[in-house]
Ligand binder design. Structure first.
Ligand code: ADA
Length: 578
């Protein structure tokens, strides 16, 4: 299922996970709908899990037949298709979606009872049609890589349920917004009953025109609820039921946490207490599963985060699987989630539309996760040119319009040339002292020089804001050991990470530090050929990004122990303040 908890009790929901018919367009005559489906594939999964498709980039066709008992409407919900899906029902196109990392739905109205054929054409190719999935320092897999569900809905159904917790003098309030959609043929109304803990409210709906949606707001004031935090990740079910003529016709359950995240000068406050974030950047990547890591794999990664005394995950560089965020909610791991972008050229034809859609879908689908403390926009993009400044202003402004309750940030790498700090609530830097810049030993000096600039007018609004060191690290190939700690050895990575953590985790101006990166990941071979075999710092030996503290199989490198020690000391220092 799409989530780690049951989202509907009244609404009939079935999973479409399992074996689907499959046809990869690998042959010279493969054009259009396949005449035959000669094989099958697991959904969800990446097609690179199939031995003959390890490097396949192109299009593949998926087929599934499902039946409906009686005439009505069906809502198909896709957790993620990498990277473009074109959806057909009974031979007619009914949906299209770009970007692997955000959910989407397809509404099928007035389906006749009986069997129906669902076809999904999946495309993971590069080109002008794709501005976010490009040859990059991670791999774009192919397939229906997250779960698919079949929902049975009436004319009116609950499309979205947004909840924003607010601290009050008496405790907590919960601002709720419910979006109701009418997929019927006539105007319809009703009422919504919404409840959390011991408090409920009833909202009457205006009549909704066919094909339209409306949003209704209310506030709940539950008593005696516990605040959510890493130390006490207390979750509550928010229950919404839609009634027409007094009968329940739909429902939706969300899981929320009562927590408030706020910026106050250079401090990041959770429920009024200053936070220190310590953790990793993590790609959704695994040699066996590609980006379609199963829940047990996600949980195993988080167990390593906890073993390393980390409390912070940056979803580099795209929205994550909702089940991963559910697990962070349950475990109390703080999350920076960001739009899908890494060193993305803004001039690509589809960029504006695709970054806007990806950003809206990220916020609307991940809005209620208490673990998401901040929204990141684009990563290591153009923050220096007039055009780049405009794009940052727009994407950061969009994030703020979509959700005024969370601070915004972006990971910048252009140092004093960066002109965008004024648009974000939190300043974040990717700094690679000892790997891309200079030798190990200069981290403290480098940081002080940067801070002098940041806290001056020259930073154009970066002063007096929280600061996160959003990336730092060094490459180490698992098993490469040498006592002189040459680059690419595990010993060298210890030198760089131990120094960086000593400086960043103990500096009063640093609110957070995220190592680049958690595990080694596969990178795209196209576009990296010039560095593909290089052992320069820009190189990607093994066609992997080798900066993980564990390798791709999660085998710990020498730096694991050094990181664990530094994180433990930082946690202890933090706990001693409580
Ligand atoms: C950048 C980028 C990361 C990764 C890193 C590296 O900071 O944001 O995605 O590519 O560099 O390994 O060089």
């Amino acid at each position: 299922m799409l989530r780690a908890f049951v989202e509907h009790i009244f609404r009939p929901v079935s999973s479409l996970e399992g074996l689907w018919d499959f046809h990869p367009d690998t042959g010279p005559d493969d054009h259009g709908v396949p005449s035959a489906f000669t094989r099958q594939i697991e959904v969800p999964s990446a097609w690179e899990t199939l031995p003959d498709l390890k490097g396949f980039r192109g299009t593949g066709w998926y087929r599934k037949t499902f039946s409906v008992e009686s005439k009505g409407h069906v809502r198909l919900v896709f957790g993620g298709v990498s990277h473009t899906a074109t959806v057909f029902l009974d031979g007619k196109q009914v949906g299209h979606h770009y970007d692997a990392f955000t959910p989407f739905d397809v509404i099928l109205t007035d389906l006749e009872p009986g069997p129906h054929e669902l076809l999904v054409k999946v495309d993971n190719s590069f080109g002008d049609h794709s501005a976010l999935h490009i040859p990059n320092d991670y791999y774009t897999y192919g397939g229906i890589t997250r779960p698919v569900e079949l929902h049975t809905v009436g004319d009116l159904f609950i499309d979205k349920l947004f909840a924003t917790p607010k601290r009050t003098d008496a405790g907590w309030a919960l601002a709720c917004r419910v979006r109701i959609r009418n997929v019927g043929h006539s105007e319809a109304g009703g009422e919504v009953r919404i409840s959390v803990a011991d408090h409920s409210a009833c909202l009457s709906l205006p009549d909704i025109a066919p094909g339209a949606s409306v949003e209704v707001d209310t506030e709940l004031f539950p008593e005696a609820v516990e605040a959510w935090s890493a130390e006490n990740p207390k979750l509550y079910r928010l229950n919404a039921r839609l009634l027409r003529d007094g009968d329940v016709v739909d429902d939706k359950i969300e899981r929320i946490g009562f927590r408030e995240i706020r910026v106050e000068g250079p401090a990041l406050l959770l429920n009024g207490r200053p936070l220190v974030l310590r953790g990793f950047n993590r790609h959704e990547d695994h040699p066996q599963f590609g980006c379609a890591i199963p829940p047990a794999g996600m949980a195993a990664d988080l167990a390593l985060f906890e073993d390393l005394h980390c409390n912070f995950l940056r979803t580099s560089h795209y929205p994550n699987d909702m089940r991963m965020l559910d697990m962070c909610d349950e475990r109390g791991i703080y999350v920076w989630e960001e739009s899908h972008s890494r060193q993305t050229p803004f001039q690509k034809p589809m960029f504006d539309a695709q970054i806007r859609q990806s950003t809206i879908e990220m916020v609307e689908n991940h809005f209620n996760h208490p673990c998401v403390l901040m929204w990141g926009s684009v990563n290591e993009c153009d923050t220096a040119s007039d055009y780049g400044v405009e794009v940052h202003r727009e994407v950061l402004g969009l994030l703020k319009r979509l959700d005024g309750s969370r601070p915004t940030t972006y990971a910048g790498h252009l140092g004093k040339a960066d002109r965008c700090h004024g648009f974000a609530d939190i300043v974040s830097w990717n700094i690679y002292v000892g790997w891309y810049v200079g030798q190990p030993g200069r981290t403290a000096e480098d940081l002080e020089e940067r801070l002098r600039w940041l806290d001056s007018p020259a930073s154009l609004g970066g002063d007096n804001k929280p600061l996160i060191i959003s990336e730092f690290g060094a490459g180490a190939i698992y098993g490469v050991r040498n006592p002189q700690a040459d680059p690419w050895s595990e010993e060298f990575q210890v030198v760089v990470l131990d120094e960086a953590l000593r400086v960043y985790l103990n500096h009063p101006r640093v609110t957070g530090a995220a190592i680049w990166q958690f595990c080694d990941v596969r990178v795209t071979r196209e576009g990296n050929n010039e560095t593909y075999n290089s052992y320069s710092p820009m190189g990607r030996p093994r066609c992997m990004n080798n900066k993980g503290v564990v390798d791709e199989f999660r085998r710990p490198k020498l730096s694991y122990a050094a990181v664990k020690s530094r994180m433990a000391a930082a946690k202890q220092a933090r706990d001693s303040l409580c």
